[in-house]
Design a protein around this ligand. Structure first.
Ligand code: KIV
Length: 261
């Protein structure tokens, strides 16, 4: 299994691959494909549970999915995403919830935010839990940010991302996700810190890339500028289910090859 030490060593040498995995089959496929890091992202709220944001996702949801991902990928490096309100209320609660994720099978946790969570991150790391940061567009703050907006477009926003990335490096994060960040700003951050940056909609110069599993395999109907659909499994699955329905209606399934004598 990959370690945080190895992830740090990969910076500038070998691109880091990360993908979300939410359950047994997606974890099995991602690890068999040789992906470096599996993220049990709170995006499961949108992708699996049909919420319109990640805000309703609970610790219980996350723990159940981390356990399933661990069963599907026993040797993978799994990052558990801290859901909304699992780390904001108190540092004690944050450490406790991060610990629950580790007990469920995670190797590290990820949380959204910069300077304002520096002490929280420091304490989680002191408890022996590796932390991945998350800057740029932070989906749990969608209401504050006024929608899914690319970050780093103004001098203030650029300065904040640069400052926060330095702080996350100083407190001991082993990597930082940069989400929806102007490419030139993501490049500057990547060059300015010693820990790897992993981009999603943050351009070509990050140390690694992360995408949502369902976007990669085309299981969502979204058309996102920053993502790439490598297959069209939505339509493959739709056609399979339609064919099954037709065959039951027309009495061609089950056929004699499917029966017991
Ligand atoms: O929850 C998630 O899938 C994420 C990625 C977008 C990085 O945080």
């Amino acid at each position: 299994m990959i370690t945080t030490k190895k992830i740090l060593e990969m910076k500038g040498k070998e691109p880091i691959t990360m993908i979300t995995a939410y359950d047994y089959p997606t974890a099995k496929i991602a690890s068999e494909a040789g992906i470096d890091l599996l993220l049990v992202g709170d995006s499961l709220g949108n992708v699996l549970l049909g919420y319109d944001s990640t805000i309703p996702v609970t610790m219980e949801d996350m723990l159940m999915h981390i356990r399933a991902v661990r069963r599907g990928a026993p040797d993978a490096f799994i990052i558990g995403d801290m859901p909304f309100l699992s780390y904001e209320v108190s540092i004690e609660k944050a450490v406790e919830n991060a610990g629950l994720m580790m007990k469920a099978g995670a190797n590290a946790i990820k949380l959204e935010g910069g300077e304002e969570y520096a002490e929280t991150i420091r304490r989680i790391i002191s408890a022996g839990i590796p932390v991945m940061g998350h800057l740029g567009f932070t989906p749990q703050s969608v209401n504050l940010l006024g929608g899914h907006r690319v970050q780093g477009r103004t001098p203030e926003s650029r300065a904040k991302i640069l400052k926060d990335s330095k702080i996350l490096e100083e407190v001991g994060c082993f990597a930082i996700v940069l989400e929806l960040v102007v490419e030139s700003v993501a490049k500057e951050v990547t060059e300015n810190i010693k820990i790897p940056t992993i981009g999603i909609g943050a351009g070509r110069y990050c140390d690694g890339q992360v995408l949502v599993f369902h976007d990669v395999v085309g299981l969502t109907t979204l058309n996102l500028k920053f993502a790439k659909k490598y297959a069209d499994t939505y339509n493959i699955m739709l056609n399979a289910v339609k064919q099954y329905k037709e065959e039951v209606k027309s009495k061609t399934f089950p056929s004699e090859t499917h029966i017991f004598e």
